[in-house]
Design a protein around this ligand. Structure first.
Ligand SMILES: CC(C)(COP(=O)(O)OP(=O)(O)OC[C@H]1O[C@@H](n2cnc3c(N)ncnc32)[C@H](O)[C@@H]1OP(=O)(O)O)[C@@H](O)C(=O)NCCC(=O)NCCS
Length: 222
């Protein structure tokens, strides 16, 4: 489009013209140093590549188990228990099937997964139900393509539709800050193991701005 416009020819002219005019236009396009293929080439795939983000189904569990194992084997800070932790998570009443998502490549392979499940924040006055994000995995062959970010943003949209207003997690602050998470101590919420009340690894992202205003409490998550 930019090229045809730069040549003084609009796209409308191109599609409305009869075959004789099309020939002339094609010659003009060639003369501008650009092939027709260039003009009709599809846009590059969105960040994350040609992936579909969808709800995880029970038939995915064995493939997801292997994916989680492969992904976490690349993280030296973990102890190999995450795939079984996820299997256990799916049997609890805190599990929300709509918030267990996978990223499926167009070749059918599952290359990412994320789970948000219910947790409780204990305040002096009451107990509030919110969400924990854990685990999240991307196949190492697809790291840094935006798959984790895309899965999380989709999960947060669904969570908001379900009425949740905040997502907590324990994890690498360098990574999660990029996704809009901040340490929970900034909101007056402390992990039960955070004796100094300054842990950077216990984090939260408000799904609704101000959701955590006027709340002070503790959280016990893995
Ligand atoms: C962590 C993990 C889920 C990231 O997946 P990913 O699809 O590569 O992440 P994205 O491509 O969506 O990255 C989003 C942003 O975070 C950055 N990022 C990705 N991995 C990062 C890391 N380990 N440390 C710091 N930043 C990281 C990306 O560069 C990108 O930043 P940008 O938007 O400024 O460019 C993936 O590396 C993984 O599965 N690791 C093994 C399992 C694991 O450790 N899970 C998380 C436990 S806390």
């Amino acid at each position: 489009m930019i090229t045809t416009k730069a040549c003084g020819v609009g796209f409308d002219d191109l599609v409305k013209s009869d075959s004789r005019h099309s020939l002339v236009l094609m010659i003009m396009i060639k003369a501008c140093g650009v092939g027709f293929d260039t003009l009709v080439k599809p846009l590059p795939p969105p960040a994350g590549g040609p992936m579909k983000i969808r709800q995880e189904h029970p038939q995915d569990y064995p493939e997801v188990y292997n994916l989680v194992k492969t992904a976490f084997d690349s993280n030296p800070k973990t102890d190999g228990t995450v795939p079984d932790y996820l299997n256990g998570l799916r049997t609890k009443d805190t599990f929300i099937p709509k918030l267990s998502l996978v990223a499926q490549h167009e070749n059918g392979q599952i290359v990412g997964q994320v789970v948000l499940y219910k947790t409780e924040i204990t305040t002096a006055e009451k107990t509030l139900t919110q969400l924990v994000l854990s685990p999240i995995s991307v196949h190492p062959a697809h790291f840094r393509k935006g798959i984790a970010r895309t899965m999380m943003e989709r999960a947060f949209e669904i969570a908001q539709d379900l009425g949740y207003t905040a997502v907590f997690l324990c994890g690498n602050p360098d990574f999660y800050r990029k996704i809009g998470f901040a340490p929970t101590h900034e909101f007056g919420i402390y992990h039960i193991n955070d004796k100094d009340k300054n842990a950077e690894w216990c984090m939260v992202r408000e799904l609704t701005k101000g959701a955590l205003s006027n709340i002070s409490g503790t959280i016990n998550i893995e």
